[in-house]
Ligand binder design. Sequence first.
Ligand SMILES: Nc1ncnc2c1ncn2[C@@H]1O[C@H](COP(=O)(O)OP(=O)(O)OP(=O)(O)O)[C@@H](O)[C@H]1O
Length: 285
Amino acid sequence: MSQPDPNQPTTSGDPLLEISNMAVAYGRIEALHGISLTVNPGELVTLIGANGAGKTTTMRAISGILPLSSGRVIFDGRDITRMKAHQRVAAGIIQAPEGRGVFPGMTVQENLDMGHYARKFDSKADYDEALERVYSLFPRLLERRKQAGGTMSGGEQQMLAIGRALMARPRLLLLDEPSMGLAPMIIQQIFRIISEINQQGTTILLVEQNAQQALSRSDRAYIMETGEVIKTGVGKELLVDPSVKEAYLGVGADSGSDTSRAAAPAAGAVAGGAAGAAERPDLRK
Ligand SMILES: Nc1ncnc2c1ncn2[C@@H]1O[C@H](COP(=O)(O)OP(=O)(O)OP(=O)(O)O)[C@@H](O)[C@H]1O
């Protein structure tokens, strides 16, 4: 297969990613019941939803780790529904490792090199450019390039995970809960960098439970519930949508405007799984 240049613009006007009626099952249990979504070139799109809504399953199906039981995935005009995960990586669909997933015994530099391995056919100049981009986005990684990945803080490991994905020069970057388990100040920093990566031209599909941060920075968002997309819209509009505010932003009960993740448990649905679901308003209305 030829290696598409990640810096090449896609066919103008067409979505970069188009998912139609995608169903995915774990054995006999269907986790996604036919969802449809699009990501246009240059967009930052977020998937929001409670635990178990199907966000990670969606990401895995896009990466090609999980097969579809029905539906289609189109990437840059090509039907990739049956394409294997490694072929999708070569086509430019890159997921930052879940749970950070850095190689603990390898140095920062070696971890980044592993990310570039996915694009081993690139020239040295492409490698240098990718590395320069990563080190300018994350000066901390440059400072610590000889340090073992496993000895870095949680925030630094998250930066390394994103940096490693960028080394593969993604055309579509998939980020699954990059703020998970991080302190509020570090979360702010990670979100600022995600915005910057997007502003530099990288298309991003983000899964986030930190709805306030994610919606305020996203072009568009999809809200998922129990394996379905129940609402979609412009990020900043969803941010002020009363039902979304009540269900996902921890406002309503106390009408506060705390934006930190620490406030998230008050939202019930954001962190609460099934218990939270019972308290959530029905957004399908
Ligand atoms: N390996 C698996 N085997 C069986 N069922 C699974 C598996 N992984 C996920 N599921 C189920 O699929 C559904 C969707 O899970 P998924 O992890 O995609 O949700 P999520 O929105 O990413 O939630 P979270 O925020 O908790 O990661 C859930 O009902 C979950 O229990």
